[in-house]
Design a binder for this molecule. Structure first.
Ligand SMILES: NC(=O)c1ccc[n+]([C@@H]2O[C@H](COP(=O)([O-])OP(=O)(O)OC[C@H]3O[C@@H](n4cnc5c(N)ncnc54)[C@H](OP(=O)(O)O)[C@@H]3O)[C@@H](O)[C@H]2O)c1
Length: 331
């Protein structure tokens, strides 16, 4: 696979999101399948792997560390700190943030242990903490770089202004926020423009619309009671049915081109800039192979325009997050 850069890091053009292996979408953890998926990803040339303290919580970092141990020298492991993790049972829907310098340091030490590595390649603040100036948090993150415990720094779901302030404190390699055919916020809130201007990488999360844009999710019955998507506005019955009609048009376009809907969705995101490295998530080798193949699909300007129009913000029904979670983003 061809490579792209996130600040000072060189990575495969597509990474692998590991969250679903122990968190959010799964009621049961299939560790052997996930370990096999991690190994296959390395074999296919994927070099960026995404996890976080809060996924599980904790179990995702352990799984990712275990699966990537044989390949440590070939891969970049990205993890995140910054949600409060008081009650484990509520970690799937965290409601508080903690980016105090002491927590930044404590999570880094704990993440290093759980991952079983000596350095975290990319350490992201998971959500901006309204109670801690970003300069203080990034200052603590920069100390970890100076100490050799972290290689590069990132933010997630930060506003363009916060990104600018953070980057002035210490170079930021990447910002990770939701971006896909059906979520265009980074185009509208200045974040993509700021990345272009400052030479910061952009890592779209949920680039497959949490699975919906693959066309594989035809109804909500298959989702477990605890599936995170059950609480998202776009996955409520009426909205979901309206969105499915758009997705069926995406599937038709994909069939005409001899690819899958998910591959078109990923190829569209990749085409938005060479500083963009999406991290589609999967627990399955078959899906991983399809996703990785999207890195080789090229789209004409007319196809890009058609795709962008098909799922334009005005047509998609429902917000990406409920109010309680939306207010934690773009601070
Ligand atoms: N920074 C943040 O706040 C934040 C938030 C959310 C996610 N993330 C990161 O971003 C990564 C990706 O986002 P995401 O997992 O939310 O959403 P996503 O990548 O848009 O979609 C993942 C879903 O799509 C399914 N899927 C993947 N490839 C498929 C294919 N080819 N055909 C059919 N179904 C397919 C997966 O199920 P299977 O496992 O069955 O394939 C999973 O349910 C996460 O793993 C996580 O690391 C970060």
């Amino acid at each position: 696979m061809h490579t792209r850069t996130l600040g000072t890091l060189t990575t495969s053009a597509l990474g692998l999101g590991c969250m679903g292996m122990t968190h959010a979408y799964t009621a049961t953890v299939d560790e052997p399948a996930s370990l096999a998926t991690l190994a296959r990803a390395v074999e296919l040339g994927v070099t960026l792997f995404d996890t976080a303290e809060v996924y599980g919580p904790f179990t995702n970092e352990e799984l990712v560390g275990k699966g990537l141990k044989p390949y440590r020298d070939k891969v970049l492991i990205a993890t995140k700190f910054g949600f409060t993790i008081g009650d484990k049972a509520k970690a799937a829907r965290p409601s508080g943030t903690d980016s105090r310098p002491e927590n930044v340091r404590a999570v880094a030490e704990a993440s290093l242990k759980r991952l079983g590595v000596e350095v975290i390649d990319l350490f992201y603040q998971h959500r901006v903490d309204p109670d801690v100036p970003i300069e203080e948090t990034v200052g603590a993150m920069a100390d970890l770089v100076a100490a050799g415990k972290v290689r590069a720094l990132g933010l997630s779901e930060a506003s363009a202004e916060t990104l600018r302030r953070a980057h002035a404190t210490h170079p930021i390699a990447a910002i990770q926020s939701e971006y896909s055919l059906w979520t265009r916020d980074p185009e509208e809130n200045g974040v993509l423009d700021t990345c272009r201007e400052l030479g910061i990488g952009f890592v779209p999360f949920s680039p497959l619309g949490r699975g919906a844009l693959t066309g594989a999710l035809k109804n909500l019955d298959g989702l477990s009671d605890t599936d995170f998507r059950r609480g998202l506005p776009r996955f409520q019955a009426d909205n979901f049915d309206a969105n499915l009609a758009l997705i069926s048009m995406l599937e038709q376009m994909a069939a005409n081109k001899g690819v899958t809907a998910g591959q078109l969705a990923l190829a569209w995101v990749l085409a938005q800039g060479d500083f963009i490295v999406p991290i589609p998530g999967t627990t399955k080798i078959a899906n991983l192979e399809k996703n990785v193949a999207a890195a080789d699909i090229s789209l004409s300007p007319a196809e890009l325009q058609e795709l962008g129009d098909l799922l334009s913000p005005a047509k998609v029904k429902g917000e990406r997050y409920p109010e309680s979670m939306a207010k934690m983003a773009n601070r």
